[in-house]
Ligand binder design. Sequence first.
Ligand code: F6R
Length: 616
Amino acid sequence: MCGIVGYIGLDRAGSVMLDGLKRLEYRGYDSSGMVVSAGKGFEQIKRTGRVVKLEESLKEPQLGGNLGISHTRWATHGDVSEANAHPHTSSDGKISLVHNGVIENYNGMKDFLAGKGYTFQSETDSEALCNLIAYHYDKEPKDGKKNPFHEAVRKSLRHVEGTYGIAVVCPDFPEDLIGARKGSPLIVGIGKGEHLLASDVSAITHCTQNVVYLDDNEVVHLKKDNFSISTVSSKSVEAVIHKVDWDTSEAELGDYDHFMQKEIFEQPTSLENGMRGRFSDDGSTAFFGGLNLNPQELCQIDRILFLACGTAWHSCLVAEYLIERFARIPVEVEYASEFRYRNAPLDKNTLVVAISQSGETIDTLGALREAKRKGFRTLAINNSVGSTIARESDGGIYQHAGSEIGVASTKAFTSQIMICAMLALYLGRLRDLSYGDGVQIVNALKKLPEQVKEILKQNDKIAAVAKKFAKYEDCLFLGRQLMFPIALEGALKLKEISYIHAEGYPAAEMKHGPIALICEDCPSVFLVTSGETFSKSLANVQEVKARKGKVICIATEDCDIPDGLVDETILVPECHEIVKPILMSIPIQLFSYHVALERGCDVDKPRNLAKSVTVE
Ligand code: F6R
């Protein structure tokens, strides 16, 4: 959500930042802009729309320069306009800033600054902070003892209530770039004779793989050849340099048309990578390196509380079914944003698990911090190495799914479910799950990549089904037991990229209200698997058909669907219960993708959405 790239060093600031913004565009794409030191002084360019609009407006000298800050925006305060786009420059022209996050006390700041003669061009909270830095800069002694620009940033941040990741420049200091973070990620990239700032490593891996993750309340002062970190309250901080093991081709489309499509097709590999090296030699259980909990401690857990948002929350619901069933540990699932403010009473032997692809979702991070504050052991299931959630949890499991750029989560979802299935297996084997049952589960998991490949071969068939159904404006997704969270996920995928109104329900629950929606123009996608609820699911299908509702049935191959009952059938391979949620997810992803294409929607940049939600 919003992207920042800052640069200091060689004469290529504009082009490095432009590349970085393109890589960050999935974080926000309402408008973009940059301030760059080009020739005579600093120049500011802002454009509404996609980064390509900014690119078209940049002139040759602006692609050079040795210093700059840039931003791609997802609007929070103020509509989409050039005035509201970042960077913001103070009314005295002394400070330019880009900002991610929300300054909660910006109204008070604005009143104070207006009284001191500062004026405002935008409706944003960020401009208030920019002017506040200019105000402190104006007051700072310029006697050479302390850097007045650096001091002004630090002093201003002491007055901020809310969250920020910022990059700041001052034309009086053309050799200095300053960044700071609180609640919104900011990373320092260390190159040869150059330094970068970014809200996300993917923006800078084309320049360097050596990074420093800033912590909250830290301020970094970057020069061409060196940098120093201190806290907002002026304590110096030792930088820890990490090497990012990042395949830069992940940020490129290659032969695909869209990142969502690419990531759907990457699932055989992402699943394989997530399980590699994580099965026991006897083939009956899984294990994880980073849990930081030994088997004795894990056996004392009475309850697990899962916290997440959006698609990751659906993974938690699958985890609830799997862990209760295979490990017999009671599980609760909460929206992170609700848990955080709810003050729920929890038993002291509760393990808190946060699931987050990005590891930066502010609601999940806030809930995790709240759980830690109350003294609970916390784990994170996370796809982004070095993310804030990964660093702040007591232990964790990396998904190793590779970077996910498509705004609609696909490969991260199936990888989260797979990790939860492996966790259910591991916890189950520490309790009552037999060796034989463990072996069956391990074998089922190992078959996944090949089975996913089989489903992907049905891409054309699913595209043809999508073509027929793309005209409807409403759709229900229905499934029982483990298929209920997949129904929720199907509805979310469809609505977020094609803007069709879609709802997911437990199939039996349909009779208690949603059935009123069923008609010729409201199709249903049924997720049907073999097992004890199979015949009940078929009865629910009959109820829809009796009301002239069209039905797409996604089913496992061992389901005997009566001829002529449903309008379309998509089959997935017969499989163990534990992997059904993964295999059944693939057709709903492809279906949503093709419906959105058919409706002419921008699949990778859906309306109003952005990847990684770092504001509350
Ligand atoms: C939907 C989607 C979102 C995210 C949610 C949490 O396709 O991607 O619902 O799942 O914003 O994001 P993470 O997992 O990064 O915490």
